[in-house]
Design a binder for this molecule. Structure first.
Ligand code: HEC
Length: 471
């Protein structure tokens, strides 16, 4: 099993996925329809300068979406299968055909991106230009379609709806969060594409030029169109978030340390949206007022909003990775009683010790930590268990009964953490390990533990008891 002990496992997925989502939403889903519209308007008014501008914006979209966009898309598979193989495995089994179709659509999208960009200069005249604009429209539809499929998977992870009773692809696709989240992401993407084009206008147009004014006016109007649908989609989405998840919002918005900041942060986010709307209004009515930095800053604010939204969305469904079905540590809700009875180590794949003995307590505790806590905590890095326990109980040597009591009830007090998935002996081993970490913070994981030695099951972190017992 892979363990990134300094930044945390979650961080690897978060960094790759956030970059991918920025590129997908702002540049692919949102910006291709906008440049197609820019191209169409330039063609209708015979404005060669505006056409050249749309071409240059497309050049940037073309480079970024087909390089960093595609790489980070693959990176999501890479990082999730490394860190949460059971979670991604379950999603793959449920959404196999949906993902297969998405892959075909994605390939078509890439071909359309290439065709749209590479034919721009050659297909200039008459019906060829119309065909070219048609390519842009088709590309816009395909890039939205890939998002529409993936959002079904994201919604499923928050609330699988009827799927737990009726485990079919169809019931999974039609999860309760699907349409509201799709509406949210679609309107966000379309709106933020305007900010993205503003950003590029700073580099591609001259201050005070007619070209810049016209483009600012047009993109501002485009953004204003999406404001009301976006706010409506936000409210709709929030309404379908299950209550148990909404209760996590306090820890989801910021870490516990900044608990008092939650209201401030929520106000800042609302104010940011209000400022963006005002700037768009100004851009529509008085494009000449738009100074250079006003073109640059809003895009960065828009990305920040999306980044924070993703953090909240990822966090809010804790302690599950797939609501009601699998905990974030890869343990199925249905398997929990068996692990609590027999211990989790006998069933774990990438661990050294398959049971706790007086001779191996600390090492077995390390294995328990890997299986039960490492998806969310590091040993001594970011969000480390040692610092978390020190916050609760002070820096003095940890008290065993206190740690034991905490671990045994960790889910009741803090519902965002899964219940401890192991036996009594494993709790004691984990406590011994955490105590050792406090004094010897250098005992980190060696290669054998990281990559596993077990022969029982190499498909994931913890084998399902059913899989093991039938062997
Ligand atoms: C699903 C992710 C997840 C898992 C798995 C998890 N935790 Fe946590 N834990 C969290 C989060 C999130 C916090 C709150 C962090 C913050 O905001 O400061 C937390 C907080 C804590 C705290 C501090 C609680 C407080 O009130 O200050 C302790 C102690 C802790 N975890 C121990 C553990 C141990 C031990 C394990 C493994 C048996 C574990 N956690 C597994 C997510 C998790």
């Amino acid at each position: 099993m892979f363990f990134l002990d300094i930044a945390g496992n979650r961080m690897l997925i978060a960094v790759i996925a956030s970059v991918h989502v920025f590129i997908n939403h702002a540049l692919a889903v949102g910006a291709y329809p906008l440049v197609t519209l820019m191209e169409w308007r330039a063609w209708r008014s015979g404005d060669a300068g505006a056409d050249r501008l749309a071409y240059r914006v497309t050049f940037v979209l073309f480079i970024v979406t087909t390089s960093l966009g595609a790489l980070t898309g693959v990176g999501i598979w890479f990082s999730t299968s490394l860190i949460a193989p059971f979670g991604i495995g379950s999603l793959l089994r449920v959404f196999f055909w949906a993902w297969f179709i998405e892959w075909l659509v994605f390939i078509s999208e890439v071909i359309l991106i290439l065709a749209y960009f590479l034919t721009w200069k050659r297909w200039r005249e008459g019906s060829l230009k119309k065909l070219h604009i048609g390519l842009g429209a088709a590309l816009s539809v395909f890039s939205w379609f890939t998002m529409a499929i993936i959002v079904a998977v994201l919604g499923f992870m928050m609330d699988p709806g009827g799927w737990l009773a009726d485990p079919s692809l169809f019931s999974a696709l039609l999860n309760p969060v699907y349409l509201p989240q799709l509406a949210f992401r679609t309107t966000y993407a379309l709106g933020v594409a305007g900010l993205c084009v503003w950003f590029m206008l700073f580099f591609f147009t001259e201050k005070g030029s007619r070209l810049r004014h016209n483009a600012v006016r047009m993109t501002s109007g485009w953004m204003l169109v999406w404001v009301v649908p976006f706010i409506a989609a936000c409210l709709w989405y929030w309404k379908v978030v299950p209550d148990t998840m909404a209760a996590n919002i306090d820890v989801a918005l910021l870490t516990q340390r900044f608990q008092n900041w939650h209201e401030t942060l929520a106000t800042i986010m609302a104010a940011t949206i209000a400022v963006l709307v005002l700037v768009a209004l100004a851009g529509r009515l008085r494009p000449a007022l738009m100074r250079g930095f006003i073109l640059l800053v809003p895009f960065i604010l828009g990305l920040w909003l999306l980044g924070h939204f993703e953090r909240v969305r990822e966090f809010i469904r804790k302690p599950h990775v797939i609501a009601g079905y699998m905990y974030s540590n890869g343990i199925k809700v249905a398997d929990l009683p068996v692990f609590q009875r027999d211990g989790v180590l006998p069933y774990a794949a990438y661990v050294r010790h398959h049971g706790v003995t007086p001779a191996n307590t600390v090492e077995a505790g390390r294995d328990v930590f890997l299986v039960a806590c490492s998806r969310c905590h590091t040993t001594t890095g970011i969000n480390s268990v040692t610092s978390k326990f020190a916050n609760l109980y002070g820096e003095k040597p940890f008290n065993e009964p206190a740690l034991t009591a905490f671990i045994e009830t960790m889910h009741t007090g803090r519902t965002y953490m899964p219940p401890f998935p192991g036996s009594e002996a494993e709790v004691q081993a984990l406590v011994a390990y955490v105590k050792r970490l406090q004094t010897e913070s250098h005992i980190i994981l060696d290669a054998a533990t990281m990559w596993g030695e077990s022969k029982t099951d190499r498909s994931g972190v913890v084998a399902s008891p059913a899989a093991v017992t039938t062997e």
